[in-house]
Design a protein around this ligand. Structure first.
Ligand code: NAD
Ligand code: IPM
Ligand code: MN
Length: 364
């Protein structure tokens, strides 16, 4: 008999609702693994505000080393009001940015789908959003988040602050390739989003994305939108999009906007890939307004877990998790963000139960 494959997963719960939702994602992953002939070994490490409190920095060296050695990293969220007065490298968010940069995960995949069963949960009209299936490919380790120079210059009454949006051809070409490669497996259409009517960095972005398409993916369709129009089009007619590729800041903003399509940020998962180890994180943050209330929707974290399984090559288990989520939603279960009253644990328990049923054994 083949020895059972065990994957090492570094779990970084972080702050706010991060621990609440990662606990549930771990429970679902544990339920999915056995029937597919592998097991998962989870080890938890601090990141973000809790790491600042305990170790004086948001990304302790032990956490980074553990992530580098793991087969995958599952992250909750970082940040919150306790640390809002921190600056620079002492902010919880800088720990997450350093982790992404250190792992080299330059491609952040943010799928946004609206199953028929959820169309009524959107603040937008159901017939406009039903059937939406968009993949936002967000560049994650460059752009204005990392550009130099940056910082604050202090002068009496004349303080100034600077950030720099900068992209190299190499950075643009490699994220464009990720987007086109995904489009090949989907409907073959990529929309590149920029601000080329104003920014030189976007003019280079547009030129390089166009060249990659012409030279390497001539069979695919490419169009370009300015980011302000893209925001409007995403709300007006989301089904016109298949793969969207964009820079770090625009991708951050457009993905929260896109959360209104299925109805909640608590549904959107993400995978940050392209480096040595994949990082799997919900799109949402630490949700300080609902922490400790049992209202956090665990599905974004659970679906990030499904993306993690895909990346490990465990596609059948990933599908089992997704079917479990569909079954729980299809049965009408909703957390508060979707207008229901199910708690975090009730929601994930429904997913665990559905995963178990689909695998033909009933949980003890
Ligand atoms: P947020 O995503 O935490 O919350 C925005 C709104 O969405 C809130 O009303 C919140 O209750 C709701 N929400 C988010 N996730 C939810 C879930 N799973 N279930 C139900 N409702 C959910 O954004 P914010 O309030 O702007 O930021 C709070 C903190 O989180 C900040 O410190 C920010 O920097 C940080 N943040 C971290 C990440 C990350 O770690 N990846 C992402 C975004 C924001
Ligand atoms: C996200 C978050 C992060 C980002 C913050 C917390 C650094 O908003 O993952 O979308 O801006 O990338
Ligand atoms: Mn964001």
């Amino acid at each position: 008999m083949q020895p059972t494959q065990t994957y090492q997963i570094a779990v970084l719960p972080g702050d706010g609702i991060g621990p609440e939702v990662t606990d549930e994602a771990v429970r679902v992953l544990e339920a999915a693994a056995p029937a597919h002939g592998f097991s998962l070994a989870f080890e938890t490490y601090p990141i973000g505000g809790i790491a600042i409190d305990q170790y004086g920095e948001p990304l302790p060296a032990t956490t980074l080393a553990a992530c580098r050695e793991a087969d995958a990293v599952l992250l909750g969220a970082v940040g919150g009001p306790n640390w809002d007065n921190e600056t620079g490298p002492r902010r919880p968010e800088s720990g997450l940015l350093k982790l992404r940069k250190s792992l080299g995960v330059y491609a952040n995949l943010r799928p946004v789908t609206v199953p028929e069963s959820l169309a009524d949960a959107s603040p937008l009209r159901a017939e406009r959003v039903a059937g939406t299936d968009v993949l936002i490919v967000r560049e994650l380790t460059g752009g204005i988040y990392f550009g130099q120079p940056r910082g604050v210059r202090h002068h009496v009454w004349k303080n100034t602050a600077t950030n720099t949006m900068s992209y190299s051809e190499h950075e643009i070409a490699r994220i464009a390739r990720v987007a086109f490669t995904w489009a090949e497996k989907r409907s073959g259409r990529v929309t590149s989003v920029d601000k080329a009517n104003v920014l030189e960095v976007s003019q280079l972005w547009r030129e390089v994305v166009t060249k990659v398409q012409q030279d390497e993916f001539p069979q695919l369709a490419l169009d370009h939108l300015y980011v302000d129009n893209a925001a409007m089009q995403l709300v007006r007619g989301p089904r016109q999009f298949d793969v969207i590729v964009t820079g770090n800041l625009f991708g951050d903003i457009l993905s929260d906007l896109a959360a209104t399509l299925p109805g909640s940020l608590g549904l959107l998962p993400s995978a940050s890939v392209g480096g040595s180890v994949g990082l799997f994180e919900p799109v949402h943050g630490s949700a300080p307004d609902i922490v400790g209330t049992g209202k956090a929707n665990p599905l974004a974290a659970i679906l990030s877990g499904a993306m993690l399984l895909d990346e490990l090559g465990e596609g059948a288990a990933a599908q089992a998790v997704r079917h479990g989520v569909d079954a729980a939603l299809g049965a009408g279960l909703r957390t508060a963000d979707l207008g229901g009253s199910a708690s975090t644990v009730e929601m994930s328990q429904a997913v665990v139960d559905a995963v178990a049923v689909s695998q033909n054994h009933v949980p003890a």
